[in-house]
Design a protein around this ligand. Structure first.
Ligand code: RFL
Length: 396
């Protein structure tokens, strides 16, 4: 079998690339290890930046999102029992959308497979890449129904298989460099069957550790609690979670938290990594397959979409018009924003975690950071305020 492009992974990155290619009339195949039902339910991100939504909209992929997503223009820090509301839209002119990742994935699969007629194979096993540095790469896998090895020849491979995928390993090791950073911090990531406790994102900077609240939908809310890395979620029974959230997010005049059953409870060890370059021969990585950014600043899915816009457009230009320029500059263009967001994430991490570091100096600078977001702020440094809600450079 032959396709112009094989896309490995049906997350936000892979499905966006697939949709762009189908719209340009390019034949492509998406290979995914999980079932369609599973990827349409897997809970993860929820905060999408305004430029990313505009990018989806320009490609005909934001219809349901714009009907159903909530628009957010402010967030709130809670520190030392005080509330510091940060109306970032007033400062940057930009806002965020809250739209759960499973809904976006559902929209993207439906558009790709059911509307644009794209080929997608779920439940595949043991995906392997071959000859990506040659002119005729291929991808082999075991089909779920047949149990047979299948092989697909293609012009290009898009590696969109997330942080634990296989495509990154096919980059020529002597040319690819992986830079890593470990925060030495864990987050207990929780989903509660309860409406949000506030109309915006909450960040609690507490001497006992960070706590966060992120609205997801009228029925479900995400919470985070800083914990030791590698901690066991079983150390966090229902009562302990809610007592700790109440303490770390408590503030004068704040409404009590709306509690509910915890339907997800997992410990994330906060770390980042970046692979450079993001391409080798005819293999191009996109999203978490190329770079992981800890969910501190809610940037991972946004970066995955940024890569996907650039890669989809570049592959379409190459395959429909013979224009190679997008592919040639792809890695460099993606990495500018990747490093920008990694830097922002490090800065924000200090704001979240500094007061729990047991160091009065770090606690002091954390308080100054929260106070800078108060109703009468000294303006944030331009790089901070722009990264908060808006990317630098042109929109893809
Ligand atoms: P994904 O979403 O991981 O999709 C990769 C797909 O590839 C499949 N796969 C394979 N398929 C074929 N062959 C293989 N060998 C394969 N191996 C894996 C997988 O099953 C999957 O379907 O990667 P993609 O598309 O790059 O998207 C990245 C985002 O999912 C990720 O960055 C975000 O979820 C990160 N993130 C957040 N990002 C935001 O922008 N805003 C947020 O609010 C936000 N919140 C979060 C988050 C991540 C979290 N976790 C779980 C780490 C909150 C949490 C708790």
């Amino acid at each position: 079998q032959r396709f112009s492009v094989v896309i490995v992974g049906a997350g936000p990155a892979g499905l966006t690339v697939g949709n762009i290619l189908r719209a340009a009339g390019v034949d492509c195949l998406v290979l995914e290890t999980e079932t369609r039902e599973f990827i349409e339910r897997r809970p993860r991100a929820g905060v999408i930046e305004e430029w990313a939504v505009r990018g989806l909209e320009r490609r005909g992929l934001a219809g349901s999102l714009l009907e159903r997503a909530e628009r957010h223009t402010a967030c709130e820090f809670r520190f030392d029992g005080e509330r510091y509301r940060f109306a970032y839209q007033e400062l940057t002119g930009s806002h965020h959308w809250v739209y759960p990742q499973p809904l976006l994935v559902t929209d993207l699969v439906r558009e790709y497979a059911d509307v644009r007629g794209g080929d997608i194979r779920f439940g595949v096993r043991d995906v392997r890449l071959h000859d990506v540095d040659g002119d005729r790469p291929s991808v082999s896998y075991t089909g779920v129904d047949t149990g047979r090895r299948e092989s697909v020849v293609c012009d290009f491979v898009a590696g969109c298989d997330g942080a634990r995928g296989v495509t990154r390993a096919s980059l020529a090791p002597e040319r690819a460099r992986v830079a890593r950073h470990d925060y030495g911090i864990g987050w207990l990531a929780l989903l509660a069957e309860a409406p949000p406790s506030a109309d915006c994102v909450l960040f609690g900077c507490h001497p006992d550790g960070f706590a966060g609240q992120m609205p997801r939908s009228p029925e479900v809310t995400r919470y985070y609690l800083q914990c030791p890395p590698g901690d066991d979620p079983d150390h966090w029974p229902h009562e302990r979670v809610w007592a700790e959230l109440r303490r770390r997010l408590g503030a004068a005049g704040a409404a009590p938290l709306t509690e509910g059953r915890l339907i997800e409870k997992r410990v994330l060890d906060m770390h980042d990594h970046v692979t450079e370059p993001m391409a080798s021969g005819r293999l191009f990585l996109a999203g978490d397959a190329a770079h992981l950014v800890a969910p501190i600043a809610a940037k991972g899915m946004n970066l995955a979409l940024h890569d996907a816009f650039l890669l989809g457009d570049a592959l379409a230009a190459r395959l429909t018009r013979g224009d190679d320029s997008g592919l040639a500059g792809y890695s460099r263009e993606c990495l500018r924003r990747v490093w920008d967001y990694q830097e922002f994430s490090q800065w924000l991490s200090e704001l979240y975690h500094g007061s729990a570091a047991g160091d009065p100096f770090r606690a002091g600078t954390t308080l100054a950071g929260c106070a800078a977001c108060s109703p009468h702020p000294p303006p944030l440094p331009p790089s901070r305020s722009s990264t908060w809600a808006r990317p630098r450079g042109t929109e893809p």
